[in-house]
Write a protein that binds this ligand. Sequence first.
Ligand code: C2E
Ligand code: MG
Ligand code: MG
Ligand code: MG
Length: 294
Amino acid sequence: RAKSEGRNRACAFDASMADAVNHRRRLEHDLREALSRDDQAAPLGLSLAYQPQLRLSDQSLIGFEALARWNHPEFGAIAPDIFIPIAEEAGLIVPLGEWILKEACTTAATWDTPLTIAVNLSPLQIFDGDLAHHVHDVLVRTGLAPSRLELEVTEGVLIQNTDRALHILRRLKMLGVSIAMDDFGTGYSSLSYLQIFPFDKIKIDRAFISDLERNGHAKAIVRAVIGLGHAIGVPVLAEGVETESQLEILRSNGCDEAQGFLIGRPMPQASIASYLSLWAHPASTSLSQTSQKM
Ligand code: C2E
Ligand code: MG
Ligand code: MG
Ligand code: MG
């Protein structure tokens, strides 16, 4: 009896694994379809959301980070933490990344104020073809000033092939775009990478920010990263700021910039104009209340 129960359990396990594999295959297929229909127009169901970034010294808006969104016709919203890895494994991250870059630059070029636009790069994009040439091409075609584009990379980029990655990142910097190190503190060997590559900004991962009020170590780490950034002459941005008290701790410890739900949730392009006008005329409403969930 025990044996047959065991077998049934094994079958149920296999079935759910098969379901997961099939679901993944389906997503991969649909993503490929969506991207293949890109004839200048937006690929089916794909869009970008824009999350504001705040400068703490004068409370001014710096710019927005572009975040990929996929609204699947059948399954609804699929998180980028799900579909970006699928795109990477299916060999689709290059066309997807190209669409994201073009869309983000096109949108930023329409803004009345010269705010920056930050775009995430997958490690695979960095090593594919001639990225610097492609970025240059997109800047020329969209008319966006290179100084307004910031590319976000994670340490993973530098781990695989440090020399080649350095070469490519330096070429990108020569275009006049800046490079931010994303999710700082979650990988490893961060310090040696900071030493060999001159990043223009450090983004502290939100894992440390969410623990700021509760955990004395998180506070010490955040303070140390801010000090580290300043020691090498680089501004530090805190990711995932959700509360006034987190913002106050960051400000009192000299953090330069902040991003998170408190300042604004990722919003569709259509909401940016009203967000900007509200920013210019704050009135009585708090900015964090104005941005909708997306
Ligand atoms: P990331 O680049 O570190 O982006 C920040 C993530 O934190 C975003 O999640 C954002 O929505 C979320 N976030 C921002 N503020 C808060 C907050 O106050 N609280 C909490 N809990 N979360 C906050 P999202 O949009 O789900 O993206 C997740 C990750 O997927 C990104 O992390 C990035 O690694 C990747 N990703 C997103 N868009 C792209 C893209 O266009 N290209 C590539 N290669 N990766 C992308
Ligand atoms: Mg990012
Ligand atoms: Mg991040
Ligand atoms: Mg991330």
